[in-house]
Design a protein around this ligand. Structure first.
Ligand SMILES: [Zn+2]
Length: 168
């Protein structure tokens, strides 16, 4: 009997993000993940460009639909747009790094190694992106002891200042 290999799923080719757009995103988001705030300096890896509304769902490569994301958050989010809030069981949209303010939806725990979800969007995002996975918590522990973490909390993460038209 002939062998027919199963069709291989090729992930959709990412729409190229121009270097000009990438530079704008990096300037806005700083070199860190817009979800878990991991910095490029701490993890030693370049941030990915995440489409907040995934391209497969029609999301565009425009400044209001892209953000920087670490490998861990980016891979865990994949092409999803919603996740379940473990507290209420509600299915809600992910935290939106451009429209939402990070500190409205998340906080650091006392040791600054775990991210607490403060809202349905926050809790669902923490759970779905596994933002407190063991590897990351261990890494944050080291960053805290070195004084590299958490990032400057006086800054407004996730949104780009009061003149941001996307801000709600
Ligand atoms: Zn992240």
């Amino acid at each position: 009997m002939p062998f027919f290999p199963r069709p291989v799923h090729h992930p959709r080719e990412a729409m190229p993000v121009s270097s000009a757009l990438r530079a704008l995103i990096a300037e806005r988001d700083q070199p860190r993940c817009a979800y878990c705030l991991t910095t490029e300096e701490n993890c030693g890896l370049r941030m990915h460009v995440d489409h907040i509304i995934p391209e497969v769902a029609g999301g565009l490569s425009t400044l209001d639909n892209v953000c920087l994301a670490c490998f861990s958050c980016n891979v865990a989010k994949a092409a999803r747009q919603t996740a379940v809030d473990p507290l209420t069981g509600e299915t809600v949209s992910f935290f939106h790094p451009v429209r939402h303010r990070w500190h409205d939806h998340f906080a650091w725990d006392e040791r600054k190694t775990r991210i607490l979800g403060l809202t349905t969007h926050g809790r669902a995002t923490v759970a779905a992106l596994q933002m407190n996975n063991d590897t990351m918590v261990r890494a944050r522990r080291r960053w805290v002891s070195a004084g590299w973490h958490p990032p400057d909390t006086k800054k407004d993460y996730g949104t780009q200042g009061t003149n941001d038209p996307m801000r709600k």
